[in-house]
Design a protein around this ligand. Structure first.
Ligand SMILES: NC(=O)c1ccc[n+]([C@@H]2O[C@H](COP(=O)([O-])OP(=O)(O)OC[C@H]3O[C@@H](n4cnc5c(N)ncnc54)[C@H](O)[C@@H]3O)[C@@H](O)[C@H]2O)c1
Length: 265
């Protein structure tokens, strides 16, 4: 899909990867970029940069997504919807994968999965009728592999891949495309504050580099967009021998645990 002349929506567009996506799509000739974020001021700043519109939107609330879609469709049909908003929090106890409270699990589920379902619900009827449209869902390498220290993030990002696969399979014959953007570490607000300290083994990319990879992936019509090439290797290793992969990850976790403050040694 070529974004030139298309109307695009980006959620979580006030910061990081979302802001970079909005700017890259604008530079590639998008007709209009709507920027939706929980942080309206941040969305407005991105919207100013791209000559688009800003929305205050909590993607966990279906009515908020419907509002963004309805208002943007007044300009014209939405051809590309990027469900990009995301949140991460560390398991309260690094040594207990079930330690996050229910509220944190529900937030991960709402923001990383249901938000994607709400966007699809709001747009599929129009896209099916037009026989065109594209969903770009920012997931993570954690949706294919794992995120050490956040079972909520790993689990809900896996579920995001599951929904995107269902969407792609069910609607390929309707002319609708789906891509999942699955980077490892990216230099954004999310990776500041030390959560990822010691866990990044393959380098941190800029948000601009990830947006570039996303644009290229959509142009080529790819489902899986992997800005870090190593992720393709790791997923292959995982598929070939799940036991070995779990063993390797546990070994890496031991190394990360040893670097954590307060580790006994
Ligand atoms: N930074 C990384 O290393 C990395 C790696 C892989 C995947 N990702 C994914 O990329 C996406 C973007 O993250 P980022 O790194 O740019 O982080 P970021 O914190 O810079 O941006 C996230 C944006 O989402 C918005 N947001 C959060 N909850 C929201 C909600 N309920 N409704 C609407 N907006 C909401 C925030 O206000 C913020 O502007 C996320 O889905 C994240 O999981 C990030």
């Amino acid at each position: 899909m070529d974004v030139a002349g298309k109307i695009v929506v980006v959620t979580g567009g006030g910061s990081g990867i979302g802001r970079a996506l909005a700017k890259r799509f604008h530079a590639a000739g998008a007709a209009h970029v709507a920027v939706a974020d929980l942080n309206f001021d941040a969305a407005a700043e991105t919207a100013r940069d791209v000559g688009g519109t800003a929305f205050h939107c909590n993607v966990a609330d279906e009515a908020n997504i419907r509002h963004v879609v309805r208002e943007t469709e007044k300009i014209g049909p939405i051809e590309l919807f990027c469900s990009n908003a995301g949140v991460i929090s560390a398991d309260p106890d690094f040594d207990n994968a079930a330690s996050a409270p229910d509220a944190v699990w529900m937030q991960g589920w709402s923001v990383h999965v249901m938000a994607h379902v709400y966007a699809a619900r709001a747009l599929l009827p129009q896209m099916i009728a037009r026989r065109s449209g594209w969903f770009l869902n920012t997931v993570s390498a954690a949706g294919l592999l794992s995120q050490m220290g956040s079972a909520v993030y790993s689990t809900t990002k896996h579920a995001a891949i599951g929904f995107a696969e269902s969407l792609a399979i069910a609607h390929k014959d309707h002319g609708i495309g789906v891509s999942v953007l699955c980077p490892q570490g990216v230099q954004t607000a999310m990776t500041q504050g030390g959560f990822f300290a010691g866990a990044d083994v393959d380098g941190i990319l800029t948000a601009d580099a990830v947006a570039e990879a996303a644009l290229e992936g959509i142009r080529e019509g790819r489902f899986l967009i992997l800005p870090h090439a190593k992720v393709a290797e790791y997923t292959k290793v995982k598929a070939e021998n799940h036991e070995r992969w779990i063993g390797g990850m546990a070994k890496l976790r031991r190394r990360v645990a040893a670097m954590r403050p307060g580790h006994a040694g």
